[in-house]
Write a new protein. Structure first.
Length: 94
């Protein structure tokens, strides 16, 4: 939704994150905030797509093409996740 506070134009993951996949989980070490986040694989995929070059809509399209999931559901989930990532300092808007 345009104007929605959760909308991020081109989300970009913080440059100092150390991201590793371990089994079905993605570990994100954020040294600037001295925290480690444990994400499921889907959330990790979305974080990896936050390159600063792709819009939120591009990320939704990519996830839909990879999973075949419903676009409306994916868009809602991506928006919520990007909002949470922003609050945690894992992504910013480019």
């Amino acid at each position: 939704m345009k104007g929605d506070s959760t909308s991020m134009n081109c989300p970009h993951k913080a440059g100092d994150l150390d991201i590793r996949t371990v089994g079905e989980e993605v570990l994100v070490h954020d040294p600037s905030h001295k925290k480690v986040h444990i994400l499921n694989r889907s959330a990790g995929q979305i974080l990896e797509l936050c390159t600063g070059e792709q819009t939120q809509e591009d990320i939704v399209t990519s996830i839909c093409s990879q999973t075949g999931a419903d676009k409306e559901t994916v868009a809602r989930d991506v928006a919520a996740l990007l909002s949470e990532f922003g609050k945690l300092g894992l992504v910013t808007t480019a």
